[in-house]
Design a binder for this molecule. Structure first.
Ligand SMILES: *Cc1c(COP(=O)(O)O)cnc(C)c1O
Length: 424
């Protein structure tokens, strides 16, 4: 790597106001050194304060037993309320529109039970071609369970030019074409494979214009890109918290329901006791009185251990500020892209399939290998870089603003050059 790039990275790191957050995370070690961790889009690193948060609840359980439900600083009975303010800032919502519960796919099923109600001609769901398997299976089975044929009603939008990129015009055009046959648009915020950040506002508006609902899977968007779910009138959104939100493997998921929908008592939902009037919850009188906000979609009492781990990470997001994170993220992703595109060694060997426009991406670059295969990825792993591989030929790299540095970007690109050179 050129001296000049190293110098530039050092200068950018020295003026980075978020650089101190790096030391608040545990980095996997290789040969006594921190790995170059570029996999926060798959599993975020563990904050050092997480063990304190989890241990606090283990201790409460030890010392209080069942009384922990109603006593102490954060009684378990209302523990889900502790994450609301932080989550609301991250997704651009009111606190009463967001709740952490279950996992992503189960929340998607719960949301679709309310927002996919096929009726007459209106039976179709629009997703993107190459959707994440869990989302595909969830939508497929939901259509099937509604007594309809998924082959006819699950519409997968493919780019007209055969590329991985879907323009807003193409998406809106398809929504208009489906018109009154369209029941639900179920799109990602950020596509897991390409890293494309979709125009949530335009997609939602187009869906509403034809009388359909719009829901989003924010697995790769939450904690990564700016979101305004409330103002963009999104009907519902679901997410997981173990990617950019660093809440630990299989950590608690999230759900957003727009307040106008939550107040709609006509909307059907799958119910459990935690979604019912909390005042009457322990009267055991079986009166149906669902909570008129997103909490009304809760089924079960709160998974305290995974939620406590979630709170630890959210504390860091509150401290860093989501706008500051985005500002650094834009610089960091641009910087890494520049290094790759200006490398004589890499230039003809790779293609970045993530959109180059800032408003169409977050902290991810998906690098397609033109002439080489998985051995390049294996070289990177063997040389202390942690990132991930997606078939057929893509390396996904996530420079995460909370704990990655500009120097990480230089070091990664330098090892990637070595990997290509090593191929001969
Ligand atoms: C990571 C991810 C999931 C994971 O689903 P879980 O229910 O949390 O296992 C689902 N969808 C997308 C798009 C993802 O990126």
């Amino acid at each position: 790597m050129k001296e000049e790039a190293i110098k530039r990275a050092k200068a950018l790191d020295s003026t980075d106001s978020l650089s101190t957050f790096r030391s608040q995370f545990h980095f996997p070690q290789r040969g006594g050194k921190d790995c170059i961790y570029l996999c926060g889009n798959s599993l975020g690193l563990q904050p050092k304060i997480t063990s304190e948060f989890v241990n606090e609840e283990l201790k409460n359980w030890q010392e209080k037993g069942v009384e922990g439900h109603f006593t102490g600083e954060k009684p378990w009975v209302s523990y889900h309320k502790n994450s609301k303010d932080s989550l609301a800032k991250i997704v651009g919502a009111h606190p009463h529109e967001v709740v952490a519960m279950n996992n992503l796919t189960s929340n998607l099923h719960l949301a679709m039970a309310s927002f996919y109600q096929p009726n007459g001609k209106r039976t179709k769901v629009l997703i993107e071609r190459g959707a994440f398997p869990s989302d595909f299976y969830a939508v497929y089975s939901r259509i099937e369970n509604s007594g309809l044929d998924p082959k006819k009603n699950l519409i997968e939008l493919e780019s007209s030019d055969g590329s991985d990129y879907l323009s807003t015009e193409e998406i809106v055009g398809k929504i208009e074409e489906l018109g009154e046959e369209l029941a639900l648009v179920m799109f990602p915020g950020v596509q897991y494979y390409t890293g494309q950040f979709f125009n949530i506002r335009a997609i939602t508006a187009a869906a509403h214009k034809v009388g359909a609902n719009a829901g989003f899977d924010l697995a790769h968007a939450v904690g990564n890109v700016p979101l305004q779910l409330h103002d963009h009138e999104v009907d519902f959104a679901v997410w997981c918290t173990y990617k950019y939100l660093n809440s630990g493997p299989g950590g608690v998921g999230g759900l957003f329901i727009h307040e106008r929908n939550a107040k709609n008592t006509e909307l059907t939902r799958l119910s459990g006791w935690w979604g019912h009037d909390s005042e009457a919850r322990f009267k055991m009188d079986n009166q149906v009185n669902p909570i008129p906000n997103v909490d009304g979609w809760q089924l079960s009492n709160v998974n305290i251990l995974s939620h406590s781990s979630h709170l630890a990470s959210l504390k860091l997001f509150d401290e860093a500020g989501i706008e500051n994170l985005r500002a650094k993220s834009l610089l960091l992703t641009d910087f890494m892209e520049d290094l790759i595109l200006n490398s004589e060694i890499l230039k003809d060997q790779i293609k970045i399939i993530t959109p180059s426009a800032r408003e169409e991406r977050g902290a991810q670059l998906s690098i397609y290998l033109i002439n080489h295969g998985k051995s390049v990825f294996e070289y990177l792993i063997a040389h202390g870089v942690i990132l991930d591989w997606r078939e057929p030929n893509v390396i996904r790299v996530a420079p995460v603003p909370l704990y990655n540095s500009f120097t990480d970007a230089v070091n990664f690109v330098s090892i990637l050059e070595d990997a290509i050179r090593n191929e001969g």
